[in-house]
Design a protein around this ligand. Structure first.
Ligand code: B12
Ligand code: SF4
Length: 479
């Protein structure tokens, strides 16, 4: 899992006379015995219900609770009454006021942040974070995205004008994470590659740093849009920098659906061909796929399956189309009377099978069942093996200096997925995939790290899927 940059960044704005402690409940339990007077909680949509429980418990003990983060910023009203204070938006520009008001005991009920200048971003307080429990470090090199996909709330949260952290600050943060022992770092941008010139400059700085001056190689990952494939020089720079994994929102092979969701960067191109170019350049892809667009009928599940199987990609994040609050899609659905679940502390997230809208050409349940079928079909070991073979055959080599072995103490460098591999090896079907990937890795030893990483991500999803003996057959879904 990734270290949490939000809390480490907020901590950087508190002066030394505050005694701070960071807790990431994804990796450790919340310590209700902690005597802190002020509890500040960072909340995304998946954490809303849990955050409300934690907030209420601390408030019942007389503590002051502050909530901030993506979902508090986008859906503040659902948190009204849950905490003493809500901080909306980015923290940087209002940090001094909030900190002073905490010190004076004069906290207001709400603060509205502005757009931070990343040119003078502070180093997150990773020294306070439980780094030994996280797998990947996190550095945010930009905020915002210039595209306008109508289901995405990034624009409302961070804006369409992308702001950039200067390369020297990025390298400074990367070095700090390296010194703490991280050899995987997530560049946690919304769209890392969209401003080509700045990305090229940053990638060159990362390439000059990575594996140089006696350092071990670091594997970077990020989110990108598929237009990256049109620029071979950018792909080559990704490879030189050690950017090994990219998440890309492909969403659908249905052109009408791309049009209706304003995903213009995915139109008028052959998505399969574009993904092949990226993988050939040595960047493994994970992709987001969506179903349930207005132009999707019941054939969408099989069509998406065929699309996914044609791509050189093993791991997918599959979502039913959800209209998150604050997005253009939400407004459109509300105006059409198609919002069937109002925003609440137990919200529908993009990872759920039941959407919060009434689909146009099927029932919500049919969409949910179709999504389950598709998820299982993509995770099916036989199907996954086919995709692993294609991916391993296409994946481009990495630069020589990044293939050097990691020289850390063996205890510090045991493979993050090792335990998962040994548990899953007891499942005969999963075992077939593990054996296949080991064989593939033997034929491409320098790419072993990438293949094992993809295997870990695949097994992680495979292990979590609900065991359903009788999946809905496509005929049932399509009837
Ligand atoms: C990296 C990332 C991940 C990573 C790592 C998460 C982690 N451990 O931090 C992974 C891949 C695991 C992930 C998973 C998910 N993510 Co995510 N993720 C991001 C991403 C790209 C960057 C987050 C980041 O590093 N920010 C850097 C820090 C410095 O900034 P920040 O968190 O925005 O915080 C700022 C302010 O909000 C404020 N602040 C934050 N917390 C607090 C707290 C207090 C008290 C105060 C005062 C201020 C404050 O200060 C910070 C500086 O200004 C964002 C998009 C984005 N650009 O924000 C999406 C984003 C946060 N994720 C999102 C979603 C939906 C998810 C998932 C639910 C996806 C899914 N369907 O499974 C899961 C949830 C997993 C979970 N259980 O938490 C949404 C959240 C939308 C919402 N309404 O909440 C976002 C905004 C992207 C999007 N629109 O889709 N995610
Ligand atoms: S490209 Fe990604 S981050 Fe940008 S608007 Fe579309 S979905 Fe959101």
């Amino acid at each position: 899992m990734n270290a949490a940059a939000g809390i480490a960044t907020v901590a950087a704005f508190f002066p030394d006379d505050f005694e701070l402690r960071l807790c990431d409940e994804i990796v450790e339990p919340v310590d209700y015995d902690d005597p802190a007077e002020v509890i500040a909680i960072s909340v995304n949509i998946a954490q809303a219900a849990g955050a409300a429980i934690i907030a209420r418990r601390f408030r019942a003990m007389g503590r002051t609770v502050i909530l901030g983060g993506a979902h508090v910023s986008l859906a503040p009203d659902i948190f009204e009454g849950v905490a003493d204070c809500l901080v909306l938006g980015e923290f940087e520009q209002i940090a001094d006021d909030v900190v002073a008001d905490i010190a004076d005991g004069t906290l207001k009920r709400r603060y509205q942040g502005g757009k931070a200048d990343l040119g003078n971003a502070r180093m997150p307080r990773w020294d306070l974070y439980p780094n030994e429990l996280a797998l990947a470090g996190v550095v945010q090199t930009s905020r915002g995205c210039p595209f306008d996909c109508n289901f995405c709330d990034v624009i409302q949260y961070l804006g369409r004008v992308q702001r950039h952290k200067p390369p020297e600050l990025v390298i400074h943060e990367v070095q700090a994470l390296y010194d703490l022992g991280y050899r995987q770092i997530n560049l946690s941008d919304d769209n890392f590659t969209v401003y080509r010139q700045r990305t090229l400059v940053l990638l060159e700085a990362l390439a000059a740093w990575n594996g140089a001056d006696g350092r071990d190689p670091v594997s970077f990952m990020t989110q990108m849009s598929i237009d990256v494939a049109r620029h071979p020089e950018l792909l080559a720079a990704c490879n030189r920098a050690g950017l090994r994994f990219g998440f890309v929102g492909l969403e659908t092979s249905n052109i009408e659906a791309l049009k209706e969701s304003r995903k213009r960067q995915n139109m008028r191109i052959d998505l399969v061909e574009q993904c092949e170019k990226v993988v050939r350049a040595g960047v493994s892809l994970q992709a987001g796929l969506m179903i349930g667009f207005d132009s999707d009928d019941l054939s969408c599940f099989e069509r998406q399956f065929d699309f996914a199987m044609a791509l050189p990609i093993v791991v997918y994040r599959l979502s039913v189309l959800v209209a998150p609050i604050a997005t253009p899609l939400y407004d459109q659905m509300r105006a059409a009377g198609r919002i069937v679940e109002e925003p609440s502390l137990v919200p529908v997230t993009s990872g759920s099978s039941l959407t919060n809208i009434q689909p146009a050409q099927m029932s919500r349940e049919q969409l949910g069942e179709g999504a389950e079928w598709l998820r299982h079909a993509l995770l099916d070991p036989g199907n996954a093996i086919g995709r692993f073979e294609r991916y391993a055959q296409l994946l481009g080599d990495m630069p020589e200096h990044l293939t050097q072995p990691d020289r850390r103490d063996p205890a510090a460098r045991s493979h993050p997925f090792m335990e998962l591999f040994s548990v899953m090896a007891r499942d005969p079907a999963a075992r077939r995939v593990i054996d296949c990937v080991r064989d593939l890795a033997a034929t491409r030893p320098t790419l072993r790290g990438d293949l094992m990483q993809a295997l870990g991500l695949y097994l992680n999803s495979y292990a979590r899927q609900p065991r359903k003996a009788d999946l809905p057959r496509m005929s049932a879904v399509a009837s």
